[in-house]
Design a protein around this ligand. Structure first.
Ligand SMILES: Cc1ncc(C[n+]2csc(CCOP(=O)(O)OP(=O)(O)O)c2C)c(N)n1
Length: 379
């Protein structure tokens, strides 16, 4: 039998030892642990953060106020976001803030993973070494894991520094989150919204899609219909940066409309981009936010995006047009003025979480995709 760890035991061992504050950005590889933490941690001791750097800072603030050590969970892709506060806030030569980093090791050498994870997986230990952060792999045997956790907590405390646990795929036993109630206010699926919007955009438009299900659905949509997808850029990694990729393209190709298909988790991750887009005055950048209120692609953990007024934020940032809709009838109404807008514009489409279980993944490798887009944009 293959060993798997009980989420409950790990959570109990951490909290019993005073590691009782959790912050992070979810990861598919940690989704069982994330779901357990969400359901079994007091609301004021768990924050699903905007990005991984914010999670490190939250753990630091919690430590300042309580002396209790925080647990920061993330996918290894999030290490990049976390580097600055790890190095210039938590490091022992600066403030010396102990914390435990629980890092999902996508792209672990020797395993098969998507192209965007392979390099990150390879360099993850090197990054931790360069940051002088001690780390170890979390064993899947429960006795060994208990000893490992014990040691890790003590190392973080003794060094007053972050200490990292690398978590392999399949480490945690399944823990199924309590099913979110079907969002009646958002009857549309992402697929329906995308199908509608892609049929309505201008012919020569460039489409920059965000990380996760959105780019996978865009890819599959084109395949199914045999549509030309040379102007699609899938941003398979680099979550939260699709809108700035789109802005870079829009600046250099003013004669083409550039649509960014963003997610709510991705938008929040680097929300400062909205201020820069809004202030740019760009006439050809069209920002679509597919807001399902969750990090759908990695397990459906909530974002705060259903509780904020996305169009109002966009307007306050300088977008000339911003609207929201949650229905196909609403799309038919707001899409024409959105498309015709002569300044940065944003359309929030409220959708329901979920994707088809047999959703495929892009089979084109990222470099070929880049070459195709560049050839097209050179014309
Ligand atoms: C920096 C970084 N952190 C975390 C992840 C893992 N991740 C991939 S997709 C995703 C969720 C994106 O949520 P959202 O933008 O709302 O889109 P949805 O999945 O709901 O379509 C996350 C957290 C990542 N790829 N990169």
């Amino acid at each position: 039998m293959i060993d798997v760890l009980s989420c409950a035991s790990v959570h109990r061992q951490l909290t019993d030892n005073g590691f009782d504050f959790f912050a992070g950005v979810p990861d598919s590889l940690l989704k069982n642990f994330c779901a357990y933490v969400s359901e079994n941690t007091r609301a004021d001791r768990h924050v699903i953060a905007a990005n991984e750097g914010a999670a490190v800072a939250l753990a630091a603030g919690s430590y300042l106020a309580s002396g209790r050590v925080g647990v920061v969970y993330m996918q290894n892709s999030g290490l990049g976001n976390a580097v600055n506060p790890l190095v210039s806030l938590a490091a022992p030569s600066v403030y010396g803030v102990p914390m435990l980093l629980v890092i999902g090791w996508r792209g672990e050498p020797g395993t098969k993973d998507e192209p965007q994870h392979v390099h990150q997986g390879r360099v993850t230990p090197d990054m931790l070494e360069a940051l002088r952060i001690g780390y170890t792999e979390l064993p899947t045997n429960s006795d060994e894991a208990e000893r490992c956790l014990w040691k890790a907590m003590n190392l973080a405390l003794d060094a007053a520094a972050p200490y990292a646990l690398l978590v392999r795929k399949g480490t945690f036993e399944p823990h199924f989150p309590v099913a979110a109630a079907l969002d009646e206010a958002a009857p549309m699926t992402r697929e329906a919204a995308l199908t509608w919007a892609l049929a309505a955009i201008d012919e020569r438009a460039v489409v920059v899609a965000t990380t996760g299900y959105t780019s996978r659905e865009l890819w599959e949509h084109r395949r199914k219909r045999g549509e030309d997808d040379r102007a699609d850029f899938l941003t398979v990694g680099s979550m939260g940066h699709a809108s700035q990729v789109a802005m870079g393209v829009a600046l250099r190709r003013p004669s083409r409309s550039v649509y960014c298909l963003d997610g709510d988790g991705a938008m929040i991750m680097h929300m400062g981009a909205l201020a820069v887009i809004g202030s740019s005055g760009l006439k050809n950048l069209k920002h679509v936010v597919l807001n399902n209120g969750v990090h759908d692609s990695v397990g459906g953990q909530p974002t705060v995006c259903r509780d904020i007024d996305v169009p109002a934020i966009a307007r306050a940032c300088g977008y000339g047009f911003a609207a929201t809709t949650d229905s196909l009838a609403g799309l038919a109404e707001v899409f024409p003025p959105f498309r015709a807008s002569k300044g940065p514009c944003l359309l929030e489409i409220r959708i329901r979480p979920g994707a088809r279980p047999d959703l495929g993944r892009p089979t084109i490798d990222p470099q070929s995709q880049k070459t195709r887009v560049m050839e097209l944009l050179a014309c």
